[in-house]
Design a protein around this ligand. Structure first.
Ligand SMILES: [Zn+2]
Length: 233
């Protein structure tokens, strides 16, 4: 395997994904995205570069203790979210920490996060809740977030944001968008009345037709790639 090619491709993917998340309106100046390299080191977007402007050359390489090995930028203060979850979950290859508006509202309002909308079925197994709004700077806090996440693809950090993680950058992008979309429906429907959650049978059938094949992953990526090209000229 040519690791050089993988590193540059992954760098490109991480930088593109940051810009896509910005275009989709779910990532502000404070989130960060990472991907695990074949040698176990991590690519991570730097602190202080707005998501809409992240370029492949900005992406840092850090070790599993969050120490910068390559790159000029500053390692995000909350890098332990990434390092501790990667240590706990060998199945995950890409992690995003962000501050999505409607997900935050659901967490603050104490709404039970469950599928009320088609996109939400990707979280059919559930979503974790980390019940402490403090910034996550210490390894033991990162471990607690990993514990709250458990085997799920997402964990809501009450009063702070969320973490989503997938088997690759493209899947993580989908989780980021779908967590927020379902939260938006859940929150707004709760204002209008009672949000009607899917039954287990509905969740299972929707999961099979919408998510099991992962065909949506490619469509979401290509759709945002084309929007980004138009936006960036
Ligand atoms: Zn944060």
């Amino acid at each position: 395997m040519d690791l050089t090619v993988n590193v540059s491709e992954l760098r490109e993917q991480v930088a593109s994904c940051c810009r896509f998340l910005s275009i989709a309106g779910v990532m502000d100046d404070f989130g960060h995205l990472s991907a695990r390299l074949p040698d176990g080191k991590l690519l991570v977007s730097p602190l202080g570069v707005t998501a809409s402007a992240v370029r492949p050359a900005d992406i840092l390489i850090v070790d599993l203790d969050g120490r910068r090995l390559e790159g000029e930028g500053v390692v995000p203060g909350e890098v332990v979210i990434h390092t501790r979850i990667y240590r706990a979950r060998t199945d995950l290859q890409s992690i995003l920490h962000y501050h999505p508006h409607y997900v935050n509202l659901c967490g603050i309002a104490g709404l039970k996060y469950e599928p009320v909308y088609l996109y939400g079925v990707v979280f059919r197994d559930g979503v974790g809740l980390y019940d402490d709004p403090e910034l996550i700077r210490r390894p033991e806090q990162g471990d607690a977030v990993a514990g709250a996440m458990g085997r799920f693809a997402a964990v809501i950090l009450r009063g702070h944001g969320a973490v989503v993680a997938g088997e690759n950058v493209q899947e993580t992008l989908c989780y980021a968008l779908f967590l927020e979309e379902n939260a938006k429906m859940l929150y707004q429907a709760s204002l209008a009345g009672k949000a009607r959650a899917f039954t287990q049978d509905e969740i299972d059938r929707c999961y099979q037709s919408f998510w099991a094949t992962r065909l949506a992953v490619r469509r979401v990526w290509l759709g945002l790639e084309s929007r980004a090209k138009r936006a960036e000229g």
